[in-house]
Design a protein around this ligand. Structure first.
Ligand code: OSB
Ligand code: MG
Length: 382
């Protein structure tokens, strides 16, 4: 057996503190530019935010579900009653995170709803302990190399322009979204203009095995990986495609937990994993997947869901864990929002690295004025 590289045990022994009040807010923040993928075009970020107050501390968790079921089956409107009726009743002061995790296991699926609560509870514990989130997870600060995800542009010229800007900013790799009709030609144009740029594509499940020969054309562009070429629910057919294609495949939508990651590794469905902590039920499951992947020689990286500064901070702290060897999708705040609810904004240094937020817990401050402006609903849950 390879040595485990991550130590979850300490985190699982941490206990939940006093809870005075729990609120669930729905926020809507306009995007700087609409974000187009093969499955949907989003022009604003609508998210649920869970706020837990207790021990004089305010902690936050962001649900990564979209308002629609086009990326994942969970939505803001499905997560809300799951959180209210089934998950929050399992959260009790004095129980350990390990116990919370076991209780949550009784509820099948709904990883995004689970992560919302888990993130807020861990933020609260870290703040109570007076340590940054990455310390709670067990890892020292390190500069986080950032990648960028560029949505499907109207024209090739606009795509080239967006890639140009990203390369100039210093992103460590550029991901471009592809779909039927906007794939090989687009990648060819970008590759011709940027021969050495670390480049990858994300299809969000737009293709089927019948497209294998077509996808094989991507082999000539020296891509780092092709993310989720086949169906959002598939693991097996990706293993067939991976055998027929030279470029590494990476799974995103198909991975909901450690069991999916094991299946993908056993079948050879991908050579890289995109871990979105908000998709797999939270930080604890993410660390388990990262540990498993490291032991099996599968590099992982942190994906994003266009999160506000709350979810973005969590993703950055997670990337201090050693399995995260590839640049993530946690890009600069200014690409997404004119005004974010959290400060300071995420910025890249000259070398394309993000510094991990400094404060306790998630380490970012909430701006009450902006939060008030973007909140469209509030529900008190405890
Ligand atoms: O497939 O990785 C994806 C955004 C929303 C939903 C799905 C995806 C994405 C991204 C952008 O690619 C990630 C980000 O910039 O946060
Ligand atoms: Mg993806």
């Amino acid at each position: 057996m390879p040595e485990p590289v991550l130590m979850l045990t300490k985190l699982e022994e941490e206990t939940i503190g006093t809870i005075d009040r729990i609120e669930l807010l729905t926020v809507r923040l306009p995007f700087v530019h609409p974000f187009a993928t093969s499955v949907a075009t989003w022009s604003c970020k609508e998210a649920l935010l869970l706020r837990i107050d207790g021990d004089g501390i305010t902690a936050w968790g962001e649900c990564v579900a979209d308002p629609d079921p086009y990326y994942a089956s969970e939505t803001t409107t499905t997560a809300l009653p799951i959180i209210r009726e089934f998950l929050l009743p399992l959260v009790e002061p004095g129980i350990t995170l390990g116990e919370l995790d076991r209780r949550f296991h009784h509820v099948r699926g709904h990883g995004m709803a689970k992560a919302t609560i888990e993130n807020a509870v861990i933020d609260a514990i870290a703040k109570r302990n007076g340590v940054p989130l990455h310390t709670m997870l067990g890892w020292p600060r390190r500069p986080i190399p950032s990648g960028i995800s560029i949505g499907i542009q109207e024209t090739v010229a606009e795509l080239i322009d967006a890639v140009e800007k990203a390369a100039a900013t210093g992103y460590h790799r550029v991901k471009i979204k592809i779909k039927h009709g906007a794939d090989i030609d687009r990648v060819a144009a970008v590759r011709e203009r940027f021969p050495d740029l670390p480049l990858m594509v994300d299809a969000n499940g737009d293709y089927s095995l019948d497209d294998a020969a077509h996808l094989r054309e991507l082999d000539r562009f020296d891509l780092m990986m092709i993310e989720q070429p086949l169906s959002y629910s598939d693991i097996y057919e990706h293993s067939v495609l991976q055998r027929e294609i030279k470029t590494a495949l990476c799974l995103d939508e198909s991975i909901h937990d450690l069991a999916d990651a094991r299946a993908a590794a056993a079948l050879g469905s991908c050579r890289i994993l995109n871990i979105k902590q908000g998709r797999v039920g939270g930080l604890m499951e993410s660390l388990r997947i990262a540990e498993f992947a490291a032991a099996h020689g599968v590099p992982v990286w942190s994906g994003g869901m266009d999160e506000t500064g709350i979810g973005r901070a969590v993703n950055i702290h997670l990337q201090t864990a050693p399995g995260f060897t590839l640049p993530g999708d946690t890009s600069e705040t200014r690409l997404y929002f004119h005004e974010d609810i959290a400060e300071p904004p995420i910025v890249l240094d000259r070398d394309g690295f993000i510094s991990v937020p400094e404060g306790n817990g998630i380490g970012v401050r909430i701006r009450p004025d902006i939060l008030k402006k973007v909140t469209i609903a509030t529900e008190r849950l405890r």
